[in-house]
Design a protein around this ligand. Structure first.
Ligand code: OGA
Ligand code: MN
Length: 295
């Protein structure tokens, strides 16, 4: 089988055929998918009925895994449903029951409804995310992706010059604060200390620039707070205009991978206290701190 990719949206996102994730991939297939990620930034695979081990094996073709751990969530080890290498993006508890409306874990995970880039709150943020749809609700629960390269390209020259060297602070405290989620424990707050990220990133292979936005941003270095937050909100609004957005409507066993360096994404609402949505994510670690990079 050989990998082919069909573009799904006018500016990005591709649908891949010719891959069976239950089998090992050839070096050629891995190279074709990597090239597809550079070009399309989001890749969709259908009909991948895989186990967690098969997801892990497929993911490792693209680099070292980033482990979720206490840096990215408030779920206690004893409450985890999945192994330590998998991020649980479901609405389920350790016994596969649906989380209650007021469950802390549920309320924390609702942060995924805000436009974000995965792990932008880590000093070295994630490269790729790979999400497997094991159980899909009857209605709602799409995932939307926005192309931050196209969004950057569309900015006027004055704005591009103004943002070129800006550095933002990112933290889970900021994104959860936006939603009014309070009641974090002292240890959790300590885990979520802000990190610095450039606002403009350059892709290491294609050289394309992109806006590195995320709901985790709470400040711009050297800017008064209200001015920074107002500006980030404006940029986010412009960057998520419909012309830059691909909305993925999940079918069971869809598998979507995206480049966090070039896109943002968000979950859309569904009846999450009534229906199960079992999504499992693996994450490929990044290899550089954005503040070490030239814009
Ligand atoms: C993620 C995420 C959105 C969704 O897996 O990182 O934000 O639709 N998912 O579940
Ligand atoms: Mn995410």
């Amino acid at each position: 089988m050989s990998v082919t990719i069909r573009q799904l949206h006018p500016v990005f996102a591709g649908e891949v055929s010719g891959v069976d994730m239950r089998q090992p991939l050839s070096a050629e297939d891995v190279a074709a998918i990597d090239a597809g990620m550079n070009e399309y930034a989001v890749l969709v695979f259908h009909d991948q009925n895989i186990t967690d081990d098969q997801q892990l094996a497929f993911s490792r073709n693209f680099g070292a895994l980033e482990l979720p751990g206490s840096a990215s969530n408030i779920t206690k080890a004893k409450d985890r449903r999945l192994g330590p290498e998998m991020a649980d993006v479901s609405n389920l508890d350790a016994n596969h029951g649906i989380l209650d409306r007021n469950d802390r874990q549920r309320m924390f995970n609702l942060g995924n409804l805000l436009w974000h880039s995965d792990s932008s709150y880590r000093a070295t943020p994630a490269k790729y995310s790979l999400l497997s749809g094991r159980q899909i609700p009857a209605k709602g629960g799409d995932t939307e992706f926005a192309d931050m390269r196209a969004a950057y390209d569309a900015l006027d020259a004055t704005t591009k010059a103004e943002i070129e060297d800006l550095v933002c602070e990112h933290s889970l405290l900021y994104s959860r604060g936006l939603l009014g989620f309070t009641g974090l424990e002292a240890a959790e707050k300590a885990n979520f200390k802000p990190v610095r990220q450039r606002l403009v990133r350059t892709h290491p292979v294609t050289g394309r620039k992109s806006l590195y936005l995320s709901a985790h941003i709470g400040a711009i270095l050297g800017w008064p707070m209200p001015e920074a937050r107002g500006f980030i909100r404006d940029l986010t609004e412009a960057a998520t205009e419909r012309e830059f957005v691909y909305a993925h409507q999940w079918r069971r066993y869809d598998f979507v991978m995206w480049d966090n360096r070039q896109t943002m994404h968000r979950a859309r609402r569904f009846n999450d206290t009534g229906e199960a949505r079992d999504m499992r994510r693996t994450t490929i670690a990044g290899d550089i701190q954005t503040v070490e990079q030239a814009a």
